[in-house]
Design a protein around this ligand. Structure first.
Ligand code: ADP
Ligand code: ZN
Ligand code: ZN
Length: 636
């Protein structure tokens, strides 16, 4: 009888290793098995077949084989565990998620919130033809770069069709299914039952059914968010990463993988092609990948962008020029999209008498006023009634600083009562169905404003949007993150792309910093110039893509031991430039600090850190400290 190395899918780091079991002839790598484990049983994955058990090991037989995944996914998971400093068990659980047993026959998942497709164009543009040609005959990774409306989605669809003809499958990643109903709708309209959709709104049973349709080969195309990169497609020919700049591709819990990096690895393992599409690519992608450039919009120009200098215009959040444009929209019964990347009524309550800003008791941030009655912490969810007097000095003179989406909604209702308002933020739309309804309503209504947080700037395509405006382009610029400028540039450019896809559109950007680089370049739609300069800056500072970052965050009840633990870690890490320890905002009552390593060898640094942390584990437990190691973090 042959033997198999099996990774039990248990979370404890203490048993994070392979165990040897006896298996029947024919069981191979990728088999999902049930095994006796200690005094109980566990689910496990076969990672290798061996002739003999290691000396001194009395291998027990497995109980049963309960499923299988393609062997390349085992290899992918083991690589992921190593690269991101997680355990193989946690990584293997991504590629072999537990699925509920089938109880009874079920109807297939209800028709998803996907919108109808569009007819296939009669002919592709020359750059589209060149891009499809390169993708289907090429190898490796490509950047598909083109403004919104330049025909990127059509290139994905044609490349998928050609892969299908050759017998290959495809995975299409989108940042968030609910925000990409058109993309999903177009893939489904073109390929019908050949498409499986994986998203967080599915029940466990629905997800199992979709996974089975994929595994059996019934569905050759998978559309989904981040975790769809692990879909058990066999004979994978193409991976599409749509809106590749979107930060949601990075998972922010263990394993902290980046689906874009995993996509490149999976493509390399399977000899597939990976295509990263965006109108505003990341500097990392721009620098590293071959560009397939679609150029500007098909059949239309990008709309002119007017920058409104808020140092010279009163009326924030609605300046006079913006009100003027909105009045025109009201007259034409047209549509407008307004972006304000801040929820609530006012981002802070401030006492004019003593200068106190009301803060969260658990976190070092101001509480945000919601409605007129409650104060909420956007980090920990702490909620309290809004006081009528200053809690520090008792003065009734409390000022509401700044504006959030609720305030914008009020001002719009007062100034332009003839316009219908649809607010889109995490408070207004808690569920994907509500989001789909709101978007549908916007599509079907005339004389309407869609206002909200960055959700309004994501990939929706609406016809007849004559005005798009950024209420406050500066909200993200003050963030202490080297990606702050990149994010601001992407947000403004993406929003500008929502306007004038058919109607002649106008774009307004309100800012106190009209000369700031991301704002000035976004106003000229100058993506190439922005990225060239951004890459120069990154190079000078040795930031990605010129180095990898590894971020180590320690948190605990007091700041001093947190910093001390990081100092000790710092002393033990070699071969990287180390920044910090720097104190971070206190969150949920925990003091936190971080150490950031700049390195060419992130795995080496991450594994050094993991070793040092596990050596320090007993002391850290005693001091109630916890640590997180994040390889290639997307925010600092
Ligand atoms: P993107 O994904 O870059 O935003 P799309 O693929 O959605 O661009 O194309 C924008 C619009 O142009 C869509 O309505 C699409 O159906 C249409 N379109 C795409 N390619 C062509 C083409 N070659 N000829 C005519 N219309 C096209
Ligand atoms: Zn006061
Ligand atoms: Zn809080």
């Amino acid at each position: 009888m042959p033997f198999a190395s099996v990774y039990p899918l248990v979370t404890a780091r203490a048993v994070a290793r392979e165990f040897t079991y006896e298996v029947d002839e024919g069981v191979g790598v990728g088999a999902i098995v049930r095994v006796p484990f200690g005094r109980s049983r566990a689910r496990g994955i076969v990672t290798a077949i061996v002739d003999a058990a290691p000396p001194g090991v009395d291998a027990r037989p497995i109980e049963s084989v309960i499923g299988e995944i393609p062997p390349t996914l085992v290899e992918l998971a083991l690589w992921l565990a190593d690269y991101y400093g997680s355990t193989p068990a946690r990584a293997l659980a991504l590629v072999a998620p537990e699925s509920p047993k089938r109880r009874k026959e079920q109807a297939p998942p209800a028709e998803r919130q996907s919108l109808s497709g569009e007819a296939e164009p009669l002919e592709l543009s020359p750059p589209q033809i060149a891009a499809v040609e390169r993708i289907v005959n090429g190898q490796g990774n490509y950047l598909l770069y083109g403004a919104t409306g330049s025909g990127k989605t059509e290139v994905y669809l044609q490349a998928i069709a050609s892969m299908l003809e050759r017998g290959f499958g495809a995975i299409v990643l989108v940042p968030e299914i609910a925000l990409a109903p058109q993309t999903v709708g177009r893939v489904r309209a073109r390929f019908g039952e050949n498409v499986a959709i994986l998203h967080s709104g599915l029940t466990d049973a629905e997800r199992r059914d979709e996974r089975e349709r994929i595994a059996s080969g019934e569905a050759r195309i998978v559309v989904g968010a981040r975790s769809a990169i692990f879909a058990p497609v066999r004979g994978l020919g193409l991976i599409v990463v749509d809106e590749e700049h979107d930060p949601s591709y990075k998972q922010d819990s263990d394993p902290r993988y980046d689906a874009r990096t995993v996509a490149a690895k999976r493509a390399a393992l399977e000899g597939a092609v990976a295509v990263y599409g965006s109108a505003t690519p990341r500097p990392e992608t721009w620098a590293a990948l071959e560009h397939l450039d679609l150029g500007g919009r098909l059949g239309a120009d990008l709309p002119p962008v007017r920058v409104i200098d808020l140092r010279r215009e009163a009326g924030y959040p609605l300046s006079a020029p913006l009100l003027n444009e909105l009045r025109k929209v009201a007259e034409h019964r047209g549509k407008a999209i307004l972006l304000l990347n801040r929820r609530g009524l006012a981002p802070a309550l401030h006492c004019r008498a003593c200068g106190t800003t009301i803060r969260c008791p658990n976190c070092d941030v101001a509480l945000v006023l919601h409605g007129d009655v409650s104060l909420r912490c956007h980090h920990c969810g702490y909620t309290t009634d809004s006081p009528s007097n200053c809690p520090a000095c008792g003065s009734p003179d409390l000022a509401r600083l700044g504006a959030g989406t609720q305030k914008l909604e009020r001002e719009l209702a007062r100034e332009l009562p003839e316009l219908e308002l649809i607010r889109l933020d995490a408070d207004a739309v808690a569920k994907p169905e509500q989001l789909a309804l709101a978007l549908q309503r916007f599509r079907e209504t005339d004389g309407v404003v869609l206002l909200g947080t960055q959700m309004v700037a994501k990939g929706h395509h609406f016809s007849g949007v004559e005005l798009a405006a950024v209420i406050d382009a500066d909200t993200g610029l003050g963030m202490p993150d080297f990606r702050a400028e990149e994010r601001t540039f992407q947000l403004i450019t993406q929003l500008a792309g929502r306007s004038g896809r058919d109607a002649p559109g106008r774009v307004l950007v309100q800012t106190f910093q009209p000369d700031a680089r991301p704002i000035a370049h976004a106003a000229r739609h100058d993506v190439g110039r922005f990225l060239t300069e951004e890459l120069e800056r990154r190079k000078a500072l040795d930031y990605p893509p010129y180095a990898h970052l590894v971020r180590i965050v320690v948190s605990g009840p007091e700041l001093e031991p947190v910093v001390r633990a990081l100092e000790e870690l710092k002393a033990g890490i070699t071969g990287a430039e180390l920044l910090g320890p720097a104190a971070l905002l206190r969150l949920r009552g925990k003091h936190r600090a971080q150490l950031v390593a700049k390195t060419e060898h992130p795995r080496r640094i991450a594994s050094q850190a993991a070793r040092l942390l596990s050596a320090a584990a007993p002391a850290m437990r005693k001091a109630k400290l916890t640590a997180v190691v994040d390889v290639d973090p997307q925010s600092l």
